[in-house]
Design a protein around this ligand. Structure first.
Ligand code: 8X3
Length: 229
């Protein structure tokens, strides 16, 4: 069988880029999507060029671009075996902090963006009996004080279960991965002790997607050992 194909949003850095590296190391071809093209091009070069890692400029809040991303994947590689809906970002806590415009972008990216990423990839995933991975958060299972980000990740938690039920009977599996503190650009300075690194989360993604077809890993929570909340 040809190398399987994974579509990853938010792939320009952090967890998304780490997932791309781990997937290619495990023999996958990847479609790496994000807004920041120069970072994507550098990552594609690092991973062996577009026959292995296809860079696609994509703002996940724009349906036309998300649809084009899925079409680029099937045009280049003929199939999609997994999608990792990873694009997302946080905001300062407090309902009087950040601007309404910033909130709008965060809600659109974290919730609507994830939903339309699934929508665009599901037809190809049904054909391949593939895998959806949603990047949730520990904040998607407990409520952060004044955290609209936490609200968006609760929505992602629910989205994983909603999609799992929707796709029941198709062979498509759905996994929510809910990390705690990861040393990425999400934090200016990760709080607490020894944080997770993006490769730790990527390892969990690869664990989930490498299970045999009858095994569906539905939720994984992972924290730095020193994280309490
Ligand atoms: C952010 C990580 O631990 O604050 O998604 O929920 S945590």
């Amino acid at each position: 069988m040809a190398a399987p194909v994974m579509v990853i949003t938010g792939a320009s850095d952090g967890i998304g880029a780490a997932v791309a590296r781990a997937a290619v190391a495990d023999g996958w071809r990847v479609v790496i999507a994000a807004r920041r093209r120069p970072l994507l091009d550098a990552l594609a070069d690092e991973l062996g060029g577009p026959s292995v890692a296809l860079p696609v400029t994509c703002d996940v809040t724009e349906w036309d671009q998300v649809e084009a991303m899925a079409q680029a994947a099937t045009a280049a590689f003929g199939r999609i075996d997994a999608v990792v809906a990873n694009a997302g970002f946080g905001a300062k806590r407090g309902f009087l902090n950040e601007s309404p415009g910033f909130w709008r972008e965060m809600v659109l990216t974290n919730v609507y963006g994830a939903a339309i990423t699934l929508r665009a990839c599901i037809p190809a995933l049904r054909e391949s009996r593939g895998h959806i991975v949603l990047m949730g958060s520990i904040s998607g299972r407990q409520v952060g004080t004044g955290s609209l980000y936490s609200c968006t990740k609760w929505a992602v938690t629910a989205m994983a279960e909603a999609a799992r039920k929707d796709l029941h009977g198709t062979g498509v599996r759905v996994t929510l991965i809910a990390p705690g503190i990861v040393d990425t650009a999400f934090y200016d300075d990760p709080p607490g002790g020894d944080p997770l690194v993006p490769g730790d989360v990527a390892g969990t993604v690869m664990f989930a997607v490498s299970q045999p077809p009858h095994v569906s890993i539905n939720e994984v929570y992972m924290r730095p050992t020193e994280q309490e909340f």
